[in-house]
Design a protein around this ligand. Structure first.
Ligand SMILES: [Zn+2]
Length: 447
């Protein structure tokens, strides 16, 4: 074997997320091309792969990169921006006064730059895979390929989709369906381990039955699943009951939107019958605790869903690029909501490290989120010198209370070192930030 093409990431405490061997002290991960070759003791692997490149973790944590299962890269340029109207008082006003104004004035260059900036932030905070949900009604054609271009440049593994909605008229609806179609066809014709696609839908309250029927036909032709916002605010449910005589999950279930590869973000306002439908259809529910709290839409009953066998992953909804932060907020939200300090110890880490891994692996078609032979080599090195014993049984507690995104030192995606000791490899971060600020200044004027 030519061991010069092998990268060893060693001399660290390896958290594998493999039940057979959760923690390897003084451990090492051997990487060949984009995949993990093996995990073992540093001395052993160094001896066997004599000419391999060695990346020294210097006693820090070596763990799988994080997965953000619901993200909006395009929200980047909203940071610090003043709204023109009074502060929104409810969820629909947040959409009308902020997001539906911002997305309309995005150019293709803004789409690319906001993706670059947010992807850099994701990598810096240890995310190696994201599921993005994109909208830019003024610049639809080619928007997903510009985001894919940013993903290739930064190295971030990305599942992309364009959000179809009826809110901007039939022309925009047609173009949005076409953008999903074009992008999904390109994914099929040139398979790429870094990029894949879903069919994007906004939400029940902005989609007619007719448009949803067109989308399900198109998605079936493309063998694509949906990524959609589900019952995020109570107003979505009220509108659905009024217009369609059923609740949101029931409506989506009846129209064939749900399924084992579908991503249903939020599911805050769902009743027991709908939870059964999510379970029986094996739909992936994505919990976004910070966003739900920030938009004051309520607390998704995800602990109950997990008890009843629903697969629940974790996303940030664009609120943060730091999934360690989302983990902490999920832990706190459910303790606060239930009035029980004993609640939500197990579920948030299971969402972030277990279910997100299963969702990403199914979507990209290869094992992601575990340090095991054959899995994609998405790995982070995290600076953490614990003041107390770290064992295989308390790893999640250490991560919850001791680790945040700023402790991530090195990020490797598909075997490619994209950030090394906090420095990006192959991209000029400062130049991109400067271009982004110039573009954002102009965008704020158009907003
Ligand atoms: Zn969202």
């Amino acid at each position: 074997m030519n061991t010069s093409a092998i990268l060893l990431v060693g001399n660290g405490r390896v958290i594998t997320r493999d039940d057979q061997r959760p923690l390897v002290e003084n451990g090492c991960v051997a990487i060949q091309d984009c995949l993990i070759l093996e995990v073992g003791a540093t001395a052993d692997l160094q001896q066997r792969y004599l000419s391999a490149q060695f990346l020294d973790a210097r006693g820090r944590l070596i763990m799988p990169g994080l997965i953000n299962a619901h993200m909006h890269l395009y929200s980047t340029f909203a940071r610090g921006m003043a709204l023109k109207d009074a502060a929104p008082g409810n969820f629909v006003q947040i959409l009308e006064r902020l997001w539906w104004r911002l997305d309309k004035v995005l150019t293709l260059e803004d789409v690319y730059l906001s993706a670059m900036v947010a992807m850099i932030d994701c990598i810096r905070n240890g995310a190696t895979t994201i599921f993005d949900h994109h909208s830019s009604p003024g610049a639809i054609f080619g928007s997903l390929s510009r985001i894919a271009e940013a993903a290739h440049q930064t190295g971030l593994r990305s599942c992309l989709c364009y959000e179809v909605t009826d809110r901007d008229g039939i022309e925009v609806t047609n173009m949005s369906i076409a953008e999903n179609r074009t992008f999904l066809e390109s994914c099929k014709h040139s398979p790429d381990e870094l990029i894949c696609g879903l069919f994007g839908l906004h939400a029940s309250f902005t989609l007619s039955d007719r448009t949803l029927a067109r989308c399900t036909r198109a998605a079936a032709e493309l063998d694509a699943a949906f990524h959609v916002h589900v019952a995020e605010a109570e107003s979505d449910v009220i509108q659905c009951l009024r217009e369609h005589g059923k609740r949101v999950v029931e409506r989506f279930h009846d129209l064939g939107i749900l399924g084992p590869r579908a991503i249903a973000a939020h599911c805050v306002h769902v009743d027991d019958r709908e939870i059964d439908l999510l379970q029986s259809s094996q739909t992936n529910v994505i919990h976004n605790p910070e966003s739900n709290m920030g938009n004051a839409v309520g607390c998704a009953p995800v602990l109950g869903m997990i008890d009843r066998g629903v697969r629940v992953g974790l996303g940030s909804d664009g609120y943060t690029c730091d999934m360690f932060e989302s983990l902490k907020v999920a832990n706190l939200l459910h303790k606060h909501q239930s009035g029980n300090p004993g609640a939500a110890w197990a579920e948030p880490p299971a969402m972030l490290f277990g279910q997100n891994s299963a969702i990403a692996s199914a979507c990209f078609g290869r094992a992601i989120g575990q340090l095991v032979p054959g899995a994609l080599a998405d790995i982070i090195v995290v600076d953490y010198d614990p003041p107390t014993p770290l064992t295989e049984s308390n790893v999640n507690s250490h991560i919850l209370f001791g680790v945040s995104g700023c402790a991530v030192q090195t990020t490797i995606i598909g075997g490619r070192i994209v950030m090394h000791e906090r420095e990006f490899v192959g991209i000029d971060e400062r130049e991109i930030m400067a271009k982004a600020r110039a573009a954002a200044t102009k965008l704020w004027q158009r907003f």
